[in-house]
Design a protein around this ligand. Structure first.
Ligand SMILES: CC[C@H](C(=O)O)C(=O)SCCNC(=O)CCNC(=O)[C@H](O)C(C)(C)COP(=O)(O)OP(=O)(O)OC[C@H]1O[C@@H](n2cnc3c(N)ncnc32)[C@H](O)[C@@H]1OP(=O)(O)O
Ligand SMILES: [Co+2]
Length: 134
């Protein structure tokens, strides 16, 4: 059984979006973290057992900048927490899913992450994440 770790939302103005979601959820952003390799700054809100992850671009060639420029702000990805990301990668590759990196990469919130192309998942970008245990 996989746990829905977070929903990623791509935004044009992270500060503005943080204020919006703070009002919406009546709860503060509990963590902000920049993931240089992904050229994103993240802001996390708790939503029950799961989280909302707001994503702002930190560079014009960020995937988030490309997404927002092309499709506007909105739902970006769904992330599931897995116990063994390497085993899941192998299983999904064998099932014919397209993984977007050969190795898991450091993500936000003390996770290792890998992404599965939206074309394989009914148009939804899927992230698998495994806690690093930090
Ligand atoms: C890691 C930190 C943090 C964490 O949780 O720890 C994050 O979550 S970081 C999140 C940002 N990083 C990523 O998203 C990395 C994985 N993403 C990618 O590699 C690309 O964004 C990719 C491959 C999904 C799309 O890149 P591409 O250059 O191919 O963009 P296009 O605009 O040409 O899109 C091609 C095709 O895919 C559709 N698309 C793009 N993004 C999404 C999306 N987020 N959800 C659903 N569909 C998406 C786009 O509409 C195009 O469709 P088409 O029918 O061909 O027009
Ligand atoms: Co994410």
């Amino acid at each position: 059984m996989k746990h829905l770790d977070h929903i990623g939302i791509a935004v044009a103005d992270l500060e503005k979006a943080i204020n919006t979601y703070k009002k919406l959820l009546e709860s503060p952003c509990y963590k902000r973290e920049t993931v240089e390799q992904q050229k994103v700054e993240t802001a996390f809100f708790r939503a029950g057992e799961s989280k909302i992850e707001l994503l702002g671009a930190t560079a014009p060639d960020s995937v988030i900048d490309k997404f927002v420029s092309k499709q506007g702000e909105g739902m970006h990805h769904v992330a599931f927490e897995v116990d063994d990301i390497y085993a899941e990668m192998k299983r999904l590759e064998e099932e014919g899913f397209t993984l977007l990196s050969e190795e898991p990469r450091p993500g936000a919130d003390d996770k290792l992450v890998v992404f599965v192309h939206p074309k394989d998942n009914c148009g939804v970008l899927i992230e698998l994440c495994q806690s690093t245990g930090k």
